[in-house]
Write a new protein. Structure first.
Length: 372
């Protein structure tokens, strides 16, 4: 690679870290794509780049005019990510000394075709468990050993809180208040998404699931766990010379959680799902349980989303069978706007006001009303 290009990439790395505050993982993804492009243009300097170079690179990794995707080619999502990374780099590059004469529209040539962009948004169907399937799994899980009880509590906790598995592995005892049914996701101690502080109240998924977590928390306390002990220890504890456990350790990654969920699904003869799918299960529950926009917003915030739209867009997809059922049920629905208005008002009422309204309705007889 041309030495000048390598130096620019190094400076871009510093820019992403210090000026944009990106994580090392995100920076690695950006640089991997930029380095791929730098390798494709060979020993040429970045200040000689032309739109034709971007076009050739596109064809090299994906033919934008092909009707079918060859199985050996990169997935559309990977290709779009590659060119998004390259576009961000070129926008930065045009502001650097010696490179301001690059074509102003050079970064625009990184835009994918509409077809490719659409293909990148297509996701393979992944199983989203139902509440009953989760109960089947939990009932089938043994609880004779410390490890077995821990594994069962992990799955119950994931559903009870909707937390991401990457955050769960860092939880300490002090982060959980089982009496208040509360979890404080503190980014100083655990890896929350975008390092957000997330106060979470246990979702109303059932007393049986709550009891599994509460029992586990009591066991940890009775076993001598301190405030800073892991809620779910990895069991790979360090052993001192006397053969005693000297310190409990945290999981280093979320892989063990994903594996134990997979194992539990297979043991219970339930379709395998990823831990993250539980957030979609909770979103579907929220859409059924929430009776007002405010309740739905609270449900969304409990998942760690600042915007309600995030919950609905990424987690709120209605399954196809349910879609057909809902549309079919609307055939006999009263479309009158005044009826809809009354229903909306009921959704915003407090429990006391609902009781008062019911008492008025119960005593209302339309046959006795004097019509003028």
């Amino acid at each position: 690679m041309q030495p000048g290009n390598l130096e620019l990439i190094r400076r871009y790395q510093i820019h992403m870290l210090e000026a944009r505050g990106l994580s090392a993982k995100t920076i690695d993804a950006y640089l991997r794509h930029v380095l791929q492009f730098a390798g494709a243009i060979g020993n040429r300097d970045f200040n000689t780049l032309k739109p034709e170079d971007i076009i050739r690179f596109k064809i090299q990794i994906f033919d934008p005019n092909a009707e079918d995707i060859h199985p050996d080619e990169l997935a559309p999502r990977t290709i779009v990510q590659t060119f998004n990374s390259l576009k961000a780099f070129l926008n930065w590059l045009r502001e650097q000394p010696g490179h301001k004469k690059l074509a102003p529209d050079l970064p625009d040539y990184c835009n994918p075709s509409r077809r490719l962009a659409a293909l990148s948004r297509v996701q393979n169907a992944r199983h989203v468990p139902t509440l009953e399937e989760l109960r089947i799994i939990l009932r089938a899980m043994p609880d004779q050993s410390f490890k077995q009880r821990r594994d069962r509590a992990v799955i119950a906790f994931l559903f009870l809180t909707g937390m991401r598995d990457g955050a769960v592995i860092g939880l300490q005892m002090k982060h959980v208040d089982p009496d208040e049914r509360h979890v404080f996701q503190d980014p100083r101690d655990i890896q929350t998404k975008f390092s957000k502080t997330i106060p979470t109240t246990w979702f109303p998924v059932g007393n049986d699931i709550e009891e599994i977590v509460q029992f586990w928390f009591r066991e940890r306390c009775e076993g001598g766990a301190t405030d800073t002990s892991p809620l779910f220890p990895s069991l790979r504890q360090s052993i001192d010379r006397q053969g005693l456990v000297s310190k409990e350790t945290f999981w280093q990654s979320a892989d063990p959680i994903r594996k134990l969920v997979q194992h539990a699904c297979k043991a219970a003869n339930v379709p395998v799902f990823q831990p993250h799918a539980l957030r979609k299960t909770l979103t579907a529950m929220g859409e059924e349980l929430c009776h007002s926009i405010q309740e739905l917003k609270a449900w969304s915030q409990n998942l760690g989303h600042e915007e309600l739209g995030t919950t609905l867009q990424h987690y709120g997809k209605v399954p196809e069978a349910r879609q057909h059922e809902l549309i079919g049920n609307m055939r006999n629905r009263n479309p009158r706007p005044d009826t809809r208005r009354l229903i909306d008002k009921l959704g915003r009422m407090s429990p006391d006001h609902v009781k008062l309204f019911e008492s008025l309705i119960d005593g209302f007889d339309p046959l006795k009303v004097n019509h003028r």
